[in-house]
Design a protein around this ligand. Structure first.
Ligand SMILES: [Zn+2]
Length: 77
């Protein structure tokens, strides 16, 4: 009567996800959630300016190779 076996292992470690390098890294945050996506460069630019004015955050828009949208990211060394 018990059907408690869910022993299906997915191979979700390949491709998109946190902790990977390459295009996936442009799309995901460090905690594994997707970044905010802007449909055009103009949208991303506008958001970037707004963050700078309101929060003093220095975020640069870049086009994501994973979803072809735009994200904002920091450039720190
Ligand atoms: Zn993306």
């Amino acid at each position: 009567m018990t059907k408690a076996r869910r022993g299906r292992r997915r191979q979700a470690r390949t491709g998109a996800g946190a902790g990977t390098s390459g295009p996936a890294r442009e799309h995901w945050r460090a905690d594994g959630s997707p970044k905010t996506r802007f449909p055009t460069a103009a949208d991303a630019n506008r958001a970037s300016l707004r963050f700078r004015l309101e929060l003093g955050a220095d975020l640069d828009p870049y086009q994501c190779r994973l979803c072809s949208g735009w994200h904002l990211g920091t450039h720190r060394d």
